[in-house]
Design a binder for this molecule. Structure first.
Ligand SMILES: Cc1cc2nc3c(=O)[nH]c(=O)nc-3n(C[C@H](O)[C@H](O)[C@H](O)COP(=O)(O)OP(=O)(O)OC[C@H]3O[C@@H](n4cnc5c(N)ncnc54)[C@H](O)[C@@H]3O)c2cc1C
Length: 245
């Protein structure tokens, strides 16, 4: 299965809410009236100012909850390192891993028929041992030790917009691993759909700089990839549109 991302829920009207929170800082408006008459044009100007000046606590008022299917445990292990996010992950203790082919095949493996064949056969063999162990009464939580690291998982995760900007800066960079980069690309597309202003400048440092407001095209990597993205269109239409399955 190819990795899929579903935006399960988000704070209503995220652009307007962030702009409203900023207005409280800059104007003498009653908090109760902040969302009245919020205009898109004014929101855009305010959000650009917040991003440029690094006033990013305002981005924390809106959050986004994603459902993820078909991600490998290799990538989920990297994903859960993001401590500002909240996660719920499918348990391999309580859910039996019944699908014999539920393993993510890296594109580099899929591209070489012989490699793909060895890979698949080995994954199937590991799964057959898993099935045999559970049939002998070994608990699923112990039988799972034999499953490959690339086994698929499901998660629900929630991040606020500030953490999402941070996540996209790190994980859309070409130096990030291909699968988590594909996941970040799918998540960004969802964010841009419902909060186009808030996420207009979300992306890697080669496009937007190593931190909010630092200026574009400044790679923050100690070892740059040497292939900076031209712009977001280039990134979103990238060659690594998502993990192979
Ligand atoms: C290309 C790449 C390669 C990597 N390689 C490795 C590797 O080889 N080995 C490895 O172990 N990890 C690796 N990582 C993971 C990396 O070290 C981070 O754990 C991960 O990217 C999460 O980033 P973060 O801590 O900034 O984010 P989050 O946990 O989401 O935190 C967001 C921000 O909150 C602040 N923050 C959060 N918690 C604390 C805290 N306890 N104290 C102070 N400030 C805090 C920091 O400013 C942080 O940047 C890699 C990451 C990338 C992108």
């Amino acid at each position: 299965m190819a990795c899929t991302v579903t935006l399960l829920a988000h704070t209503p009207d995220p652009d307007a809410l962030v702009a409203a929170a900023a207005r409280l800082c800059y104007r003498d408006t009653a908090a109760a009236d902040l969302l009245k008459g919020e205009e898109e044009k004014l929101s855009r100007g305010l959000i650009e100012h917040l991003w440029t000046s690094g006033h990013l606590s305002t981005f924390e008022h809106v959050s986004f909850t994603f459902g993820v299917d078909g991600l490998s445990r290799v990538a989920s292990h990297q994903l859960v390192r993001h401590r500002m996010a909240s996660f719920s992950q499918q348990s391999q203790r309580y859910v039996k891993m019944d699908g014999g082919e539920d393993v993510v095949v890296p594109p580099s493996v899929a591209a070489v028929p012989e490699a793909a064949d060895i890979f698949r056969r080995q994954a199937q063999a590991a799964h057959a041992v898993y099935q045999a162990l559970t049939a002998m009464g070994v608990p699923a939580e112990d039988a799972r030790f034999i499953l490959p690291h690339g086994w698929e998982t499901r998660l629900v995760l929630t991040m606020n917009a500030r953490e999402l900007h941070h996540f996209f800066r790190l994980r859309l960079c070409r130096r990030a691993q291909w699968e988590i980069r594909g996941l970040a690309r799918l998540m960004l597309a969802e964010c841009r759909r419902v909060a186009p202003v808030l996420f207009e400048k979300a992306g890697p440092s080669c496009i937007f700089g190593p931190a909010a407001g630092t200026g574009p095209r400044l790679c923050g990597e100690a070892r740059p990839c040497g292939r900076p993205y031209r712009d977001m269109e280039d990134l979103l239409a990238g060659e690594e549109a998502g993990p192979a399955s």
